[in-house]
Every structure is written in C-alpha cells, then in structure tokens.
Ligand binder design. Structure first.
Ligand SMILES: *C/C=C(C)/C=C/C=C(C)/C=C/C1=C(C)CCCC1(C)C
Length: 261
C-alpha cells in the first residue's frame, strides 16, 4: 500500500535522518543508563538494567531499519527508484515485541511490589502487550485499507486493557509509593499511556487520507518520535524514580518507611 517510489528525494532523506537520530538517542541513552546503574540501590538495579536493555534493543533495530531503508531504493538522476529489495517493516515489530513487554516490566520493577504481585502484573501486562503487537503486524503490511482497519480494531483490545490497568489497576500500588516519588510515578504511568496512544494514531494516518510519500514520512517519523519518548524519555524517568527511591530509603533506613515491600 505504501509505495516507496512516491517519495521525493527530500522526503527520502528526511526519513533517513529521523532513523539516524533515533539510533543516536537509543545508543547514548543505553550507555548513560548502564554507566549510571550503580548510583541506585541494589533493589532498583534490575529496573535500570532492563531500561537500558530496551534502548539497546531499539538501537540495534534502528541500525537495521536504517540499512534496510538505504538498500530499498537508489537515487537516480534525482528520483527515488525502488531497487526491488523490500523495506523491511518487520524490524519495527520484532523490536516492539521485545521492548513493549520490557517497558511495562521496568515500570512494575521500579515500584518494588511483592514478588507475587511483580510476577502477576508482569505476566498480565507483558502478555497483553505482546498480543497487541502481534495483532497489529498483519495490518501494517496489508495491501488494503480494510485489512489495516480490521487489525487496528483487534490490536486496540489489548491496548485498551493495558491503558485500563495502568490508570486504574496500578493506582493502588502507585498510591503506596513514598511521597517523594508519588508524583513522578503518576507521570510515568501517564507518560506510557500518552506516548503509546500515539502509535495507533500514526497507524491510522494512511486511512485518514494521508497518501503517497507523505503517508510514508508520517508513519516512519511518527513511530520514531513515539519510540524516543516511550523508550528513552520514559527510561530516564524510571532512572530518576530509582535514584529518588534509593535516596529516600537510605535516609529512612531503620524506620518503617524502608521496610515497605
Ligand atoms: C518502544 C515501542 C513501543 C512503546 C511501541 C508501542 C506500540 C503500540 C502501543 C502499538 C499499538 C498498535 C495499536 C494499538 C493498534 C494498531 C497497531 C499498533 C501495533 C500500532
């Protein structure tokens, strides 16, 4: 449905630059998070490690996406010509399949709930997230608008379940967090909802009358911006929460505040 030959040369390089920017952000965030890991208390190191793992997986896939974009077309006398090698949209979906459950697990880990609750919530939310991505893919690569629409609707079911869980289901756990991070925890949960809501909207753009080269630019740069917010910006939030909780627990050690599990 999205034909690369409808791109102008400027549109083609704009998207190439967006991928390159995405790669730089993901790679540098990974280095930062992993280097700073020891500045949080041991209880939060797993959350920070996974946060960096998410951006590392994304950095690798942005490299692949960038190369696939390069190989899919050649520039001949100022025109974008398809080489016959397809632009591989599966890289994004494989990336999401791995990173989306991990993002929810980061959020759950930094809350430091009981072990049972951590496992329960990770399985429920992580499973729903994986299902959402699997259901979205057939529509992303479909030839017709109708198919794109059907898989959008199917994928929206687990998506809405996750939103419900983040806004209502986790509220009780968020309310039990220490005072100095409660506000940040709320923002983190809403940041997930707001940044994730961007994806189904971007997916719909080709159905909303955006066509040809503009549709490709809108979808590819739209997903790239959303990825940067959902993985790197969100990751730095999780890191900040881990630092604040570590500080609060060090300050309160010996009092009941540090005994919360
Ligand atoms: C780092 C990548 C992230 C956070 C990706 C999130 C992706 C989504 C929330 C995608 C959702 C979709 C729908 C709800 C319907 C249409 C198909 C998707 C997969 C774009």
């Amino acid at each position: 449905m999205l034909n690369l030959e409808t791109l102008s040369m400027d549109q083609y390089s704009f998207v190439a630059n967006a991928f390159s920017f995405g790669l730089a952000v993901m790679a540098s965030t990974t280095i930062f998070l992993w280097l700073m890991r020891s500045s949080v208390a041991p209880a939060y190191r797993m959350a920070v490690t996974i946060t960096g793992l998410v951006t590392a997986i994304a950095a690798y896939h942005y490299l692949q996406i960038m190369l696939s974009w390069e190989h899919a077309v050649s520039i001949e006398t100022g025109e974008v010509v398809a080489t016959g090698e397809p632009f591989n949209r599966a890289y994004r979906y494989v990336d999401w399949l791995l990173t989306v459950p991990l993002l929810l697990i980061e959020l759950i880990l930094v809350m430091k709930l009981s072990q049972q609750e951590t496992i329960n919530k990770s399985l429920k939310l992580g499973g729903a997230a994986a299902l959402m991505i699997v259901l979205g893919y057939p529509g992303e690569v479909a030839e017709t608008i109708g198919t794109r629409m059907i898989f959008w609707i199917l994928s929206m079911i687990p998506f809405l379940y996750i939103v419900y869980q983040l806004v209502i289901g986790l509220k009780e756990s968020v309310d039990k967090q220490p005072e100095n991070v409660k506000g940040l925890m709320h923002i983190a949960a809403y940041l997930v909802v707001a940044s994730w809501a961007f994806y189904p909207l971007v997916y719909l753009l080709p159905l909303a009358g955006v066509t040809g080269g503009s549709a490709i630019v809108a979808v590819e740069t739209g997903y790239t911006i959303a990825d940067i917010v959902a993985k790197a910006v969100f990751g730095l939030f999780i890191f900040t929460i881990a630092v604040r909780k570590s500080e609060a627990e060090a300050g309160a050690s010996g009092t009941s505040a540090s005994k919360k599990a």
